[in-house]
Design a protein around this ligand. Structure first.
Ligand SMILES: Cc1ncc(COP(=O)(O)O)c(C=O)c1O
Length: 380
């Protein structure tokens, strides 16, 4: 099937688009096919996955496999617990301080984008002594800071960072795509929002106390967050409702109440897909390669302008503009006709945002690059 611009549409004849959505986002085809079958009957049980008891033997098996697969995919050390929680990553804005920040304790924030800023705002519910050790606001959130730009005026219990800034298309990374982390005062620990790049590249977990991510971009579907907590941080610093306590949730294997059965199952399928691809090392190479296809067009263009500073360019979300808001709208409209959906930028930034997570195919990046060059030829 060809679009009106002569581009091959993905899943020809299957009614599928290249989905550039920032999340929820594309899943591997084989994962969708297996889930489709197991909606009817999972693992020969005669019961569909959405109808399955969270206390039965089949789910026991699925839950334990999912935890083991997450550990294998991420190479997560044994002194970290992996929790599968509801409430989205946004709930970690209060669950983290509730568990680890003592009454009016100090926490430092590296506000590199929209979501980091939301986390920073929310901390005021817990303390008056939090501060921004770096703010990217004045610079328009175009980069992630070097150590020289981060200033700790008081020793914090923890430093909060967001490893990939979904809205602005910046990422804490080295040139080879590997993760870059900020300096942290001796005795403080890092808390990372990895919503938009968890399990897209290798991570040295020992640098982090707590990592959290909604699954809906790189590892699954909406309705579940993966929270990785170092064991010494499990015990809450204050009396908490049980559903808020990492200690209780870890003790009860993320099923203190009815857990998100289907989202956990979907993560298991995606984790196993990642392992079959060769793991996160292979994904990093692919993600670097896919992103470069689009960055190459930006670098050669006099028409399109990328948002991120080259040293902080995200491999997951690529933000760019044409010379005018009118042409941006036209780009989005024509891209849709060419089989590329959800490429409009966030309302805060305007322009376009191409999100290409783990399961996004290289052909989609090529299709976009081709379309951009054609668009520039026609409108530049
Ligand atoms: C970096 C980042 N943090 C937090 C969130 C919020 O996640 P949730 O919607 O799961 O609460 C998002 C969602 O897009 C995100 O990209």
């Amino acid at each position: 099937m060809l679009s009106q611009h002569g581009l091959a549409l993905p899943g020809a004849g299957l009614g599928r688009m290249y989905n550039f959505c920032a999340g929820p986002s594309m899943l591997p085809e084989e994962v969708l096919r297996q889930a489709q079958e197991e909606l009817w009957s999972v693992r020969g049980s005669g019961i569909g996955i959405m109808e399955l008891s969270h206390r039965g033997k089949v789910f026991d098996e699925i839950l334990h496999e999912t935890e083991a697969a997450a550990r294998a995919v991420g190479n997560v050390p044994s002194n970290y617990k992996i929790l599968f929680l509801t409430g989205g990553a946004t709930s970690q804005n209060f669950q983290v301080p509730a568990n680890v920040l003592p009454e009016n304790g100090v926490a430092a924030f590296l506000t590199t984008g929209y979501w980091a800023e939301r986390t920073w705002e929310e901390i005021h519910v817990y303390t008056d002594r939090a501060y921004e050790a770096f703010s990217g606001k004045g610079g328009g959130y175009t980069h992630c800071p070097t150590d020289g730009e981060v200033v700790y005026k008081e020793k914090p219990v923890y430093v909060h960072m967001c490893t990939n800034n979904t809205l602005y298309g910046t990422q804490w990374r080295h040139a080879d795509g590997s993760i870059r982390t900020p300096k942290v005062p001796e005795g403080s620990f890092l808390v990372a929002d990895m919503c938009s790049d968890i399990f897209s590249r290798p991570v040295d977990w020992n640098k982090f106390g707590i990592v959290y991510a909604g699954a809906q971009k790189n590892v699954g579907i909406a309705g579940i967050s993966i929270v990785v907590v170092r064991e010494d941080l499990l015990k809450p610093v204050r009396k908490l409702p049980r559903m808020l306590s990492y200690e209780v949730l870890a003790r009860d294997e993320s099923r203190h109440n009815t857990p998100p059965v289907f989202p956990i199952y979907m993560c298991n399928l995606v984790f196993n897909w990642i392992l079959r691809q060769g793991g996160v090392g292979t994904l990093l190479k692919r993600n670097l390669d896919k992103a470069q296809v689009v960055y190459d067009v930006l670098d050669r263009s006099k028409f399109f302008k990328g948002h991120a500073r080259p040293d902080s360019r995200s491999l997951m979300n690529i933000l760019f503009h044409t010379p005018s808001a009118r042409l941006d709208d036209l780009f989005v409209e024509e891209a849709l006709k060419a089989g590329m959906d959800q490429i409009k930028g966030h309302r805060n930034t305007g322009g376009m945002r191409a999100s290409m997570y783990n399961a996004f195919p290289r052909e989609g990046a090529e299709a976009l690059a081709h379309f951009m060059k054609e668009f520039e030829r026609r409108h530049g």
